[in-house]
Design a protein around this ligand. Structure first.
Ligand code: EPZ
Length: 418
């Protein structure tokens, strides 16, 4: 079994370059199913979620080529089937984007219920409601969601909750649907905007992405082209948290500072140094950090995907901080692992009270999901001594070349097969 071995206690210093956004690319690759022609996608992160989604679309008949580890070329001119493989789909949540994409392309889709990180209930009712508003008939059995999109057309959708996945899925289904679609209470995340930009650059007519009302005029076809994925704001926030947790000073390169606003605001409230440049930020600790209260919210709020990382950072800060989870029902399972390293955190429902200040001890922990895994890595980097982390498949899903990137910042970290 592979493990990360970290000899922690050294401040991270230097520079790190952020990769393309996982949650953008896992939507944009399924979107290519709507395009008859060749798409070249650049700045693709070299992570296992990308491998999984590429395997899924290759199974459907897409021609997939990877000229280098950060570029993919996909030709979906000829596809064979609208039925997605069950085992491949179980590996990741974003397999559900194949519902919207296949409904748009084939006017029918059979997609297994999605896998992904376990945060308690992860319903897809808003996705199905959206498809129904566009004239589709949806039916779920124990394994598959079957969509009959024979009458696909534009429609009005008002989401009851702000959902990234449902917004993206309805966008995918609506792009080639005749007529006008209006989505209200849509998600505003940068990856929603990136998908709209990709589709528009291939000939779609989508307006308003990045606001809570998105309007789509259906077009008859999309053609191929080249597109570059935006930088991953969650990977950036993860490295920023790691630098601050170790008392370091580093430049985080290839970011869109605007996408980091909620994150930099919280770090500045803690008293950290955050300097913004055109496409990079410097973060550093120059005075003791202060405790804060954080609540995760949909964008432009503080992202839930950075909640475990900021909790570890707050264990280093003297005093009491509170972190409230405002998106998922259950995203604190990883705290049991942090407690093994001596963290003093009291979970009360959706609120974690962090009694910070005592340095974490090294130990053996598991990555219980993707971002929880990132928080274990930060814990290992700050604890003085040797920490071992297992269940790396979760980390591999979303962090490109994490060992090399951390070594570039001076960390003592290696991956071993134990
Ligand atoms: C996306 O998941 C991300 N995944 C998640 O990132 C992220 O945590 C989440 O958005 C929130 O930002 C991808 O982009 C692949 P949602 P998604 O639909 O789309 C409720 C990571 O670590 N809801 O926005 O599945 C739901 O229960 C991951 O990179 C419904 O009630 O999340 C939740 O409380 C993990 N009905 C809230 O909405 C629905 O039909 C937000 O979920 C759909 C969602």
């Amino acid at each position: 079994m592979d493990k990360l071995v970290i000899n922690g206690g050294k401040p991270l210093k230097g520079e790190v370059t952020i990769s393309g956004a996982k949650n953008a690319v896992v939507a944009i690759i399924p979107a290519v199913l709507l395009v008859k022609g060749k798409c070249r996608i650049e700045n693709v992160p070299d992570i296992s979620d990308v491998d999984s989604i590429l395997k899924m679309i290759a199974y459907l008949g897409a021609k997939v080529d990877k000229p280098d580890c950060n570029t993919v070329e996909i030709d979906c001119t000829n596809l064979n089937t609208h039925i997605v493989d069950k085992e491949l789909a179980a590996k990741m949540r974003a397999s559900y984007y194949l519902m919207g994409a296949l409904a748009g392309r084939f006017r029918k889709a059979a997609v297994p219920l999605p896998g992904g990180c376990n945060f308690g209930l992860r319903p897809i009712d808003q996705h199905l409601k959206g498809f129904n508003s566009l004239g589709c008939i949806t039916e779920c059995d124990d394994v598959y969601v079957n969509i009959d999109a024979g009458n696909l057309r534009g429609g009005n959708v008002f989401f009851d909750v702000v959902s990234v996945g449902a917004t993206i899925n309805v966008m995918l289904a609506a792009v080639l649907a005749p007529g006008k679609t209006v989505m209200e209470n849509a998600a505003k995340e940068p990856h929603v905007v990136d998908l709209a930009n990709f589709l528009n650059s291939m000939g779609a007519n989508i307006k308003g992405a990045g606001t809570d009302i998105i309007k789509i005029e259906g077009v008859s076809s999309l053609s191929g082209g080249t597109y570059s994925i935006i930088p991953d704001q969650i990977e950036a926030g993860t490295y920023m948290s790691a630098v601050l947790a170790t008392g370091g000073d580093a430049i985080i390169k290839n970011v869109i500072p605007k996408h980091l606003d909620a994150i930099t605001a919280k770090f500045m409230e803690m008293g950290a140094v955050v300097e913004e440049f055109d496409d990079s930020v410097r973060v550093a600790v120059e005075a003791p950090l202060k405790p804060i209260n954080v609540k995760t919210l949909p964008y432009p709020g503080f992202p839930t995907d950075l909640q475990p990382q900021i909790v570890v950072l707050l264990t280093t800060v003297s005093g009491q901080s509170t972190v409230t989870e405002g998106v998922w029902d259950s995203r604190f399972q990883y705290i049991a692992e942090l407690t093994k390293l001596g963290a003093d955190i009291d979970v009360q429902g959706k609120r974690a009270v962090v009694n910070g200040g005592a340095l974490l001890s090294p130990g053996e922990v598991e990555a219980t999901d993707l971002r929880a895994g990132a928080s274990m890595v930060i814990a290992g980097l700050l604890a003085k001594g040797t920490t071992k982390i297992s269940q790396l498949r979760h980390i591999d899903r979303g962090y490109e070349h994490i060992v090399d990137k951390l070594r570039g910042l001076g960390a003592d970290i290696e991956r071993i097969d134990e």
